[in-house]
Design a protein around this ligand. Structure first.
Ligand code: HEM
Length: 133
């Protein structure tokens, strides 16, 4: 397989996992608010981990394919820091937050971080909204 085809395939996988990851996070947040028992079902506890692992693995593969790396290229550093913040806020929202308001606030903040990461990815700029300032 040539490099271009490979890049397209991995990028398609990456973006598909981005969409699935977001939809699952959004759905789990609604369940957390309305019907937390649903979060305990086996598939709900396992499938998101599989998708998020594929998301990370495809991201790392893309970085290798285009020779751009976190801690070297600013936009990938920003994505990585964003990803860590997204994971942390997600943990607070779905598992660690004690009060309902804390969990809901973390869930909303995580979505802000998520869209920041998407904006960084598309613009390849750690300050994707700087053109608006
Ligand atoms: C929540 C986490 C992530 C989200 C929402 C996300 C989102 C995206 C999106 C939407 C694109 C497509 C950009 C475009 O085609 O214009 C993309 C591309 C890419 N992502 Fe991610 N990503 C995430 C995590 C990561 C991670 C952890 C890495 C690497 C360590 C990574 C590395 C890349 C690379 C190298 C590209 C290719 C950019 C290009 O070829 O233009 N991503 N990402």
């Amino acid at each position: 397989m040539d490099h271009g085809t490979m890049l397209h395939l991995v990028k398609f996988t990456h973006v598909s996992m981005v969409i699935l990851s977001y939809l699952l996070f959004w759905t789990r947040g609604l369940w957390m608010i309305r019907d937390p028992a649903r979060l305990q079902r086996r598939w709900v506890r396992t499938v998101p981990h599989v998708i998020d692992t594929l998301l990370l693995a495809s991201g790392i593969t893309l970085a290798v394919l285009i020779h751009q790396y976190p801690l070297v290229d600013g936009w990938l550093t920003a994505k990585l820091i964003g990803l860590i913040a997204y994971i942390g806020l997600g943990l607070v929202a779905l598992r660690l937050g004690r009060r309902r308001t804390t969990r809901i606030a973390a869930w909303i903040a995580a979505q802000g971080v998520f869209f920041y990461i998407v904006a960084v990815a598309v613009s390849r700029n750690p300050l994707p909204f700087s053109a608006l300032l």
